[in-house]
Write a protein that binds this ligand. Sequence first.
Ligand SMILES: Nc1ncnc2c1ncn2[C@@H]1O[C@H](COP(=O)(O)OP(=O)(O)OP(=O)(O)O)[C@@H](O)[C@H]1O
Ligand SMILES: [Mg+2]
Length: 320
Amino acid sequence: MTKILPVASGKGGVGKSIFVANLGVALAARGKTVILIDLDLGGSNLHTCLGIKNRYSGLGSFIYKKEESLEALLVETEIERLYFIHGDSLLPGTANLPFFMKQKIIRGIGRLMADYIILDLSAGSTYNIIDFFLLSFSGILITIPETTAILNLYSFLKTTLYRLLHRSFPARSEERRIIHNFIGNRIENSDLSFANLITNISSFNQESGALAKKQISAFFPGVVINMAQSDQDLAIGRDLRNISRKNMGCELEYIGFIPREEGIYRSIIERLPFFILEPDSRFSQSIDLIARKLISTLQISTPRLPIDNDDLAELSNTIF
Ligand SMILES: Nc1ncnc2c1ncn2[C@@H]1O[C@H](COP(=O)(O)OP(=O)(O)OP(=O)(O)O)[C@@H](O)[C@H]1O
Ligand SMILES: [Mg+2]
């Protein structure tokens, strides 16, 4: 079964594209067929991280019907089993993508066959980005260990959960109205948590409350801390997890710490992902660890198990 892995971040420039390119290489090296899609429309640069020239048709050709399927846009990379689909600088940025274009891309992605389809998304919390992120309940959120990036990640999560609940109920339903009122009130009363929202929905209809709860517990994103420099970065991860659990009832799984690697720029100059350039570096090892973790644990149907901070500690032991 194809696993879709959207990669998002609240803040820009935290390393999504570098991560997507190198994770793709690592998964392909472990025998998986991988398609990387540059969905950072308007800001597409994933090809640079892979060392591919920008001379192939991108998503625009599919949207504007020059190509019938996304499959026709697949570019073979120099790495066996790794394929790539270009974004498009002619398309409006992701934030302004009209609804029909978004739906067309989503349907196109659903028809692709591979072990993994990894989506490099734009930074930010607009609904289009969030809808791409919600193509999976186990997308990957990437951040750097800096307060602003963590706060943006937190906002991204919050907006994603609201969007998830909103989309779980029909248009013009009372449940949607309750959710919208709640968002409005939250601004004035920041202590309200998602538990209160679920209580509000349950008081209207118990089954709907149960559905809202189920959706939030099924949502289980993985978090990657990039450019980590020390063990202290663990504390940041721990705080984010605690606050997300407390305020939103949402569990996060830490799937990786990637150290800051000063040599990354060389991979752009030499047009080769760093994973290939320096396979024994700590950077490449941490990417490989994530690939192995994804292969062994990411089962879309796996029930969510309660976890503590064991995953954080384990990663730190491996990397530092
Ligand atoms: N682990 C790392 N160590 C050192 N530098 C890194 C690391 N990861 C990424 N970088 C550098 O950070 C910069 C931003 O990386 P990248 O373009 O992948 O971010 P992004 O999140 O995709 O940005 P955008 O939001 O603009 O799409 C690049 O210069 C890249 O080389
Ligand atoms: Mg990028």
